[in-house]
Design a protein. Structure first.
Length: 132
């Protein structure tokens, strides 16, 4: 992993930590998986957070939120606000790109489709900076 992610110390975050960070993102704001990883690494005073487990745990949080919403919960983890790096929508989240794009558009974001992929236009302007 050091060839791809660099040298240093790595934290493998707990699923609850990833979910808690995703829950902090308010309506109209966005984060990337990389933002989550940087915050997790800083919290544990380490060099970086494991990209594999951070991604897997965000997927789990998204699907748990979708299930809770289907059962009638009104306050769920806003997984659609967590983007892949580069502002790309995560097609593995519930509902795929179409449903995520719909939710983001309802919050004021513009989404650009490029074949099967979709990106939030100027996502950098909407990044949420206060993750703890």
């Amino acid at each position: 992993m050091s060839q791809r992610w660099g040298k240093g110390t790595m934290v493998v975050p707990a699923p609850e930590e990833v979910d808690a960070l995703m829950k902090q993102v308010p309506k109209g704001k966005l984060v990337t998986i990389n933002d989550l990883r940087v915050t997790l690494a800083a919290k544990h005073q380490l060099t970086f957070a494991c990209p594999l487990t951070t991604g897997i745990f965000s997927w789990i949080a998204a699907h748990a939120a979708d299930e809770a919403e289907a059962e009638g919960s009104k306050r769920v983890t806003p997984y659609w606000r967590t983007l892949k790096n580069g502002g790309e929508l995560n097609p593995k989240y519930p509902g795929g790109v179409e449903r995520i794009a719909q939710r983001l558009k309802s919050e004021g974001h513009r989404v650009l489709r490029r074949r099967k992929r979709a990106f939030v236009i100027d996502y950098e302007k909407s990044l949420f900076k206060r993750l703890d």
